[in-house]
Design a protein around this ligand. Sequence first.
Ligand code: ATP
Ligand code: MG
Length: 431
Amino acid sequence: MSRQIKSIRGMHDILPEYTGAWQWLESTLRDVLAGYGYQEIRLPIVEHTELFARSIGEVTDIVSKEMYTFEDRNGDSLTLRPEGTASCVRAGVEHGLLHNQQQRLWYMGPMFRHERPQKGRYRQFHQIGVEAFGMAGPDIDAELILMTARMWQRLGLDQVRLELNSLGSAEARAAYREHLVAYFQARQDQLDEESRQRLHTNPLRILDSKNPDLRPLIQEAPSLLDHLDEASSVHFQTLQAILTQAGVTFTLNPRLVRGLDYYGRTVFEWVTDALGAQGTVCAGGRYDGLVAQLGGRATSAAGFAMGVERLLSLLEDAGRLPAPPAPQVYLVLAGADTVAPGMALAETLRSALPGLRLLVNGGGGSLKAQFKRADRSGATWALILGETELAAGQVSIKPLRDPERPQMTVSMDDLTERLPELLALSGHIHG
Ligand code: ATP
Ligand code: MG
């Protein structure tokens, strides 16, 4: 045997036992998005490196050390997308979707970041991202947050809480930055290596440090909320009032700064204590400067992205993932001559009953082997087509989960009529 090739570290196969859960999560969220008037946009997975460098920021963790960047055959520098907002803005500008318009958009798919793999942190992971363009007020920030709250409700997720902050205007942030640098500079000896570096490149990010030793120092740091400009302060107050009236609870977290440079004013995260260190399942905020920064005309914008793996892991731990759907019916084909008429019968049933989950025995096998497969498939009923049944134009029906119920025989012609009754009997909902 030749050497086996393994998947890349931090990039995972999603195995069949889990794809049902993925599809359920995706379709549940798709329904909520449609209910708020958001439309899907599908974006390439690879973009020019410059797009991310210019939007996310050169000194952020993502751009400085996490991107999968490579040279195309013609020498262009390309990058596997680490997030979706930059691509979405690029596409919006490129196709003229943004100027003087309102757009409510979403996308889902894989993102790539070269991080240290651990639970909840992968090198290929999946996000569902949502972006709203052309609306400057706090109403749209509130809409995004209310929509996420509804998503958790539909998924049956109750271990998440909302944290909220405002980063203010660029000017207010610059003024605050000075206070913050002065504060940390006076306490340099208490910082760790990473934070000492950030002091000169991206001091706000120190507030976001995951080092528990720094927590007291960060707790005492000057608060962004004390340095908000008047307009941002009004915006933030209004957002809070809308959320409160709609019954969404939140906590203010002045240390919430987000790791991407493009945010301003509102930022929020949905966090949980149930996933250890990787506790943020959804994060976003307002990024009014980004469209112009990427060559479009100034356009208000806000959005968020959620980590699908983290959500699923949270739902799995809470026992909320739906069981993968088993077939309802397994067709046993006893004897080589029954294969052709059996497969034709299966097609007739599928045409008549479009919701039917019917597994046809494949690859022959003894009656015993076929029943073993039928049992393992999880089907509730076995249909048996043997030589005797075939000669009589009949099919036997055997209940697989209820030994009390007798086996019966029906005419092939009546089967499409009888089958729905039996499925209803065994509690199957179909349609
Ligand atoms: P973190 O602080 O956990 O590194 P982040 O601020 O880098 O998160 P964002 O860029 O805001 O994350 O991405 C939005 C969401 O995508 C995160 O809240 C998280 O749920 C998910 N996510 C981000 N990076 C990863 C990863 N490497 N593996 C799995 N999920 C991730
Ligand atoms: Mg990160």
